[in-house]
Design a protein around this ligand. Sequence first.
Ligand SMILES: [Zn+2]
Length: 162
Amino acid sequence: MTPKESADIILKDIWGNRGFPVDPVWIAKKMGIRIIETKLPSEVSGALIKDKGSDPVIIISKTDSINRKRFSCAHELGHYLKRVENEEESYQYVDLRNNDSASGTNDEEVFANQFAACLLMPKEDITRLYKERVPSFMLAQKFSVSDDAIRFRLKNIKLSKI
Ligand SMILES: [Zn+2]
């Protein structure tokens, strides 16, 4: 499945008609994932851990901004979906800041980032509001994402990538 297909299924089946902003923590909990907010080493942005026989856990940095935490949680959810797809029983995935995710060289990171963007900023809604000339800072507010995230999303949608 593409990141958009995965995000659309979760939005439809789990989030339902709860509107915006989408809450990735709420969604993760509904999916049986524990969320832990804790102090992480400065180079770590988040992690996904599962021991055999235990619930999966998403770890996010408690010192990050609210928007950053939301994106990290959605990103880890993307990694989780990949693990489920591969039917893995135990795993440990640690995300570093400034890793190769931004440069788009690691397929798994690209998936997780695109999934997070599609989950928090669904294409159809962004496109509709953009056509209604809602300014990007208001879009950032409505979807509770950073200004950079909304700009990047608009750029990608205009290039009809995801
Ligand atoms: Zn990642």
